[in-house]
Design a protein around this ligand. Structure first.
Ligand code: ADP
Length: 445
């Protein structure tokens, strides 16, 4: 173990920090997920429902009609192209629309229909004849708030009496002015100001409170306290709803403070597996040799689409340039790009406009590109201590049962340290990764 540790430290010093390792930005990742999920994520997993009152009947709906929505809303839902409720909506919608209102904590991965669900709930609860704020929704960032606002506008398209205001920075209002918009979406800081200091929202008149992206929320300094301060100003009978893509202990603790007596809905992620993947490693001495090996692989087999992962922006940029020189049509995804730019690149890659996507670890997190046939770990995934990042490895390479096409994964090894990581990965998944001889590639096709 001592030896491994030494190698580790060196690698981190001469590799990542100097070249500028990407930092994880949860809010940006979440926004990216929203932008690239232009349709529902499919899942075959069952929803888990924990009712506050286990004796009350459990309602679930298979159609939007069953919800007895106002016609204007139903029209809005169908106009968005929704035919029937998503998995999570089947249970969440009847709960959120029940009388008396019920509180809800819901967790499911991005793209499963949470936003659409709570937007529909807010729009249903509003009384448009009352010209004051009745629904309050908080999101972690300005951009995420805008994104949700768009959904409210879209779904409420045929219900123009309902008005929406954005409580976001730069949206200055005079102290004491009374807001007439029935729905307010914003970030915690501004919403808190509007409710307390400026008093343009009367929190006592709020009947639905939504906290979206709880996991991202608590990752931002100060947001947790602000959210709780807002929640404390609301009346006891206000409906509290909280949503999150992930549910670590910290999120859970926070959720329980925000939502009293909750019903709970969870949707497990689709399990990923390495069973349908052929995994190999290639021994090289440095990054130039890794590049040569990569070219050999390309020369030998037909690759529909490949994703190539690098540890740093610099390596990713270099590799993309080298591959381009070789005549490949390459897309590069890297952390200095805006979320809009990244979303556009992912969209193009999905459409098959580029056949190779070079990306840094952090950038690619959470992106599922199902049709990719080959994954190359130009650098192996590791955590900040230089140990194998098994979870990321699985996420890059693993396929869900549903899209379980056979795939090929190649790991490039150029040091003792990376060999060590490979061994850790083999051990963790209890699966042997075979050596590939790039001068003789007959075996892989
Ligand atoms: P989440 O909030 O869980 O990330 P969204 O509500 O944003 O999920 O939904 C993801 C995508 O699926 C969006 O493009 C949304 O318009 C679409 N969508 C949501 N609900 C449905 C539905 N019932 N039928 C079809 N598409 C839906």
């Amino acid at each position: 173990p001592n030896k491994a540790k030494k190698g580790t430290t060196k690698q981190v010093e001469n590799g990542t920090n100097v070249e500028g390792e990407e930092k994880e930005d949860k809010a940006a990742q979440s926004l990216l997920n929203k932008m690239i999920h232009t349709s529902l994520v499919n899942t075959t997993n069952q929803v888990e429902v924990l009712q506050r009152d286990p004796n009350s009947p459990l309602y679930s709906v298979k159609t939007f009609e069953e919800l007895r929505l106002k016609d204007k809303l139903l029209k809005g839902v169908y106009d968005m192209g929704f035919n029937r409720p998503s998995k999570i909506q089947e249970n969440a919608l009847p709960m959120m629309l029940a009388e008396p209102p019920q509180n809800l904590i819901a967790q499911s991965q991005s793209g499963t229909g949470k936003t659409a669900a709570f937007v529909l709930a807010m729009l249903s609860h509003v009384d448009p004849t009352n010209k004051w704020t009745q629904c309050l929704c908080i999101a972690p960032t300005y951009e995420l708030a805008l994104q949700t606002g768009k959904v409210i506008e879209q779904m409420g398209k045929f219900y123009p009496e309902v008005k929406l205001a954005y409580a976001i920075r730069g949206n200055k209002l005079d102290r004491g002015a009374k807001l007439q918009e029935q729905i307010v979406i914003g970030t915690p800081g501004t919403v808190l100001d509007w409710c307390s200091k400026l008093k343009i929202i009367n929190p006592k008149k709020i009947s639905v409170f939504v906290l979206d992206e709880a996991d991202v929320m608590i990752a931002t300094q100060g947001h947790q306290d602000q959210s709780i301060r807002i929640q404390r100003m609301l009346p006891k009978e206000c409906q509290m709803l909280l949503f999150s893509a992930t549910f670590e202990d910290s999120v859970w603790k926070f959720a329980e403070r925000v939502v009293p007596d909750p019903n709970i809905i969870k949707l497990k992620r689709e399990e990923e597996t390495l069973d349908t993947i052929k995994q190999y490693y290639v021994l090289c001495s440095d990054k130039e040799e890794k590049f040569t090996a990569l070219c050999n692989i390309y020369g030998a087999i037909t690759i529909a689409q490949a994703m190539i992962f690098c540890h740093t922006r610099r390596t990713a940029g270099w590799l993309a340039a080298e591959l381009t020189k070789e005549g490949h049509v390459v897309a590069l995804l890297s952390g200095e790009m805006t979320v809009e730019q990244r979303a556009a690149i992912i969209e193009r890659f999905r459409e098959g406009k580029e056949k190779v996507l070079v990306t840094t670890n952090v950038c690619s997190r959470g992106i599922d590109v199902e049709q990719v046939s080959v994954v190359i770990n130009f650098d192996l995934p590791m955590d900040k201590d230089g140990n194998a990042d098994n979870e990321t490895y699985l996420h890059r390479i693993g396929r869900t049962g549903r899209f379980g096409k056979r795939g090929l994964a190649v790991n490039m090894i150029d040091s003792k340290h990376s060999m060590n990581i490979l061994n850790q990965i083999e051990e963790h998944f209890n699966k042997k990764i075979n050596k590939l001889d790039t001068d003789d590639l007959d075996e892989i096709e």
